[in-house]
Design a protein. Structure first.
Length: 226
């Protein structure tokens, strides 16, 4: 599902095939190595067939016929997926997808690197950035709130707390269980950012994207069909 753009407007996949695809179902993608190295400008895209789990994929045939042909040309790879999570699902189904994935602003972190740094990630050419399942993130409608939360999570008190709980020899040093122990309100207060945090929260517009309660609710996104 990963694709790299060519200068001629086509895309290249992992099989080194060159394909022409409609842009509607293509979204910029970041991986853990990007976040760990401070790269927030995506160099690749991911083909997203659903906006929510269980959504019918058949409409793709009419709205994006080239993508539908491309998917069907690799149907054997999709049908070879061994995970039981795909049993009885729509053709070309994804998992771990929802409204949160399409929020415009995110604060994201690599799950596989011992150096924990949270990156502020905004939309690229009007499209939200997605992540693979090696990353964790919080979603926001507001850039201001996302920026404040990123500052809180990168603050010395938060970094000190995370360092005390990390198992550096672990294959995945950063886990969702660890991240969900973070209390953003408490950390903001200790870091001297309580006023900024309170101001950002009062300006928020209520919607389903915003995940930053006082207790962090990090998501591990899995936009790929593996």
């Amino acid at each position: 599902m990963e694709l790299w753009p060519n200068s001629d407007g086509r895309y290249r996949n992992k099989l080194d095939e060159q394909v022409q695809l409609e842009p509607d179902y293509l979204f910029p993608l970041l991986k853990c190595s990007d976040l760990a190295n401070g790269r927030t400008t995506p160099e690749r895209f991911v083909l997203v067939t659903q906006r929510r789990v269980g959504e019918d994929t058949a409409p793709i045939a009419a709205s994006a016929p080239r993508i539908w042909h491309y998917l069907n040309s690799h149907r054997d790879l999709f049908e070879a997926r061994k995970s039981s999570i795909y049993s009885g699902r729509m053709p070309f189904a994804l998992f771990g997808i929802g409204d949160y994935a399409f929020a415009p602003w995110k604060v994201a972190v690599s799950g596989l690197h011992r150096a924990v740094h949270f990156e502020l990630v905004g939309p690229v050419k009007g499209k939200p950035v997605l992540f693979d399942d090696t990353c964790y993130f919080l979603s926001f409608a507001s850039e201001d709130e996302a920026r404040v939360v990123a500052a809180v999570l990168n603050s010395t008190p938060c970094q000190r707390f995370l360092s005390s709980l990390l198992f550096p020899d672990s294959k995945r040093p950063v886990t969702v269980e660890l991240l969900q122990r973070l209390n953003i309100h408490a950390i903001a207060t200790e870091a001297g950012l309580a006023r900024e945090w309170a101001s950002a929260r009062t300006q928020r517009v209520s919607n389903s994207y915003e995940m930053a309660s006082s207790q962090a609710e990090f998501i591990m996104e899995r936009p790929h069909s593996k």
